[in-house]
Design a protein. Structure first.
Length: 532
């Protein structure tokens, strides 16, 4: 009987040792910390069947271990006992290479508090472990501004890839993550030439990743030798560079379609093959479309997308989608392309003084040729006391290519989007920032100001290393200088964080300077920014 009681008590004690956290006490808001590894990190004489034990300062959630642990080229088993993680080889460790154990920031305690930095451990079976390292930091302006105003939000986690340069190829050597301060480190690196890329959340396929998420590629390759072991790098974060493809083609009528793209956006367009041969029947015929699109840096062609032309009889009349007013004209958007028509003497309003018709001479966005189509209408219009609030359209004069006449007879100016600028254009109420860039860089440089409160930006070209940012609303700003994407151009580009296919390094940049307070009607001079 006593033996049975002892067995029950032993089972109860062991069971308690592997349970979740004890309730009560202050809320746990910090992640686990690694206290010790046995054998010690960078040990060079471990056995082929050696178990690796990691000791933490609090109990580890076993589910998080399985998601976060990675050991390349080895089969292994994991046991989690309270604050310990025990890692054993399935049979024997691979003695041909250095054993590298990586634990991502998905490792957490039972309260879902993750570790603050990834863990990377190295062991060998008699070989020397390389001593070179690359330390770095991701420069994220949003994180900088959040920290400045004590905004309670955790920094994004960026996965950082170390790519070995082999001729024109870049081969992934290793990955890690940024810590809570957006810093990262690669240890035990062999001699070679390397490029580094950081991508928001995770690296899956850099060619696609950089079109969807914030990223940065190093602006130079790093050369690691036995004479140059320690390297430091900063990666300046940039916006994704979209490069979308056609995902579907939805026909509105025989020739006018709605293109859907892989990023979820849409664009209307005309199938030129059908439009240019409008009297032919293309029903059930396979065609392909490739579009010229652009992003913030360049134009590109989408890969050809094949589709079958449906059998459609167009009986729907064109209509006015929207209109927009500005200081010079009215821009009218139509639901589909229109057959060519002379715009003069079709649009008019009534003179308020004598009720006479005043015709408006207009122009379309296309060349006015008999074979062209009209996809929007622009009407020059001077707004004054004689102008009515309604523009009339002459009946049975505007039609689509299928001979369907537009039913809309009036354009109400009250329903148009109004972009007429009536603001006082004086400098009253604004401030400015002026200064100089310390650099030997001879490329065209841009200075950018980040507004802390609105998160808007303003850019200016730097001339002779002098910069001037004017008409800034009052508030706090951070400043940075970077190389323009292209020189000998009037375009002020956003910061270029690099390209993958073909590979391009990012542009050079300065550290972030600030915050600097801008006051009403006050220019701050003498700001210095260094660009190495």
């Amino acid at each position: 009987m006593k033996k049975i009681i002892y067995l029950i008590l032993s089972f109860f004690i062991i069971s308690c040792a592997v349970q979740g956290p004890i309730p009560g006490g202050d809320a746990d808001k910090t992640g686990p910390n690694l206290i010790e590894a046995y054998p010690a990190n960078h040990s060079t004489d471990i056995k082929l069947n050696e178990k690796i034990t990691l000791f933490f300062d609090e109990a580890i959630d076993p589910n998080s271990v399985y998601k976060s642990l990675e050991i390349g080229g080895n089969e292994f088993r994991v046991t989690v006992i309270g604050k310990k993680i025990i890692i054993r080889p399935e049979d024997r460790w691979d003695a041909e290479s250095i054993l590298n154990i990586n634990i991502s920031r998905e490792l957490s305690d039972y309260h879902k508090n993750s570790i603050h930095e990834p863990i990377s451990l190295f062991f060998s079976f008699g070989q020397e472990i390389p001593s070179a390292s690359i330390r770095g930091k991701v420069l994220d302006i949003n994180s900088i501004m959040n920290n400045h105003i004590n905004q309670s939000s955790e920094s994004n986690i960026y996965e950082v890839g170390l790519y070995k340069v082999n001729g024109s190829e870049r081969v992934l050597e290793r990955k890690t993550q940024t810590d809570q301060n957006l810093e990262f480190v690669f240890s035990a690196i062999n001699d070679g030439v390397y490029s580094i890329i950081a991508i928001n959340k995770m690296i899956v396929n850099p060619e696609i990743d950089i079109t969807q998420r914030e990223f940065s590629i190093s602006n130079d390759d790093l050369i690691v030798t036995d004479k140059d072991l320690d390297h430091s790098i900063i990666l300046n974060l940039g916006e994704p560079i979209p490069q979308k493809n056609i995902s579907s083609v939805d026909f509105i009528n025989q020739y006018y379609v709605n293109y859907s793209f892989t990023d979820g956006s849409n664009q209307f367009g005309v199938i030129d093959t059908i439009h240019n041969n409008f009297n032919n029947d293309f029903s059930n015929i396979k065609l392909s479309a490739s579009l010229s699109l652009d992003n913030q840096f360049k134009e590109y062609m989408t890969p050809p997308f094949e589709f079958i032309v449906p059998n459609i009889i167009d009986t729907i009349s064109p209509r006015i989608n929207s209109c927009q007013l500005n200081n010079l004209n009215i821009s009218i958007s139509i639901s589909e392309p229109l057959d060519y028509f002379p715009l003069d003497s079709l649009f008019y309003f009534y003179n308020n003084s004598d009720s006479s018709r005043v015709y408006i001479k207009g122009q379309s966005s296309k060349n006015r040729e008999s074979k062209s189509y009209v996809d929007d209408i622009i009407l020059p219009f001077i707004f004054n006391s004689k102008s009515d609030s309604v523009i009339y359209i002459k009946n049975n004069t505007i039609k689509d290519l299928s001979e369907n006449y537009m039913n809309d007879a009036i354009i109400s100016l009250n329903q148009c989007t109004n972009t007429i600028n009536t603001d006082d254009q004086s400098n009253f109420g604004y401030g400015g920032l002026m200064g100089e860039v310390n650099t030997e860089n001879t490329n065209e440089l841009i200075v950018i100001a980040y507004d802390v409160s609105t998160r808007t930006t303003k850019r200016a070209v730097i001339n002779n290393n002098k910069f001037s940012l004017e008409m800034l609303p009052p508030g706090e700003y951070f400043l940075q200088v970077y190389e323009n994407y292209e020189s000998s151009t009037e375009i002020i580009y956003p910061y270029f964080p690099g390209g993958w296919e073909p590979f391009e390094h990012s542009k050079k940049f300065s550290e972030v300077v600030g915050p600097i307070q801008v006051r009403r009607n006050w220019d701050i001079e003498g700001i210095e920014i260094t660009l190495k």
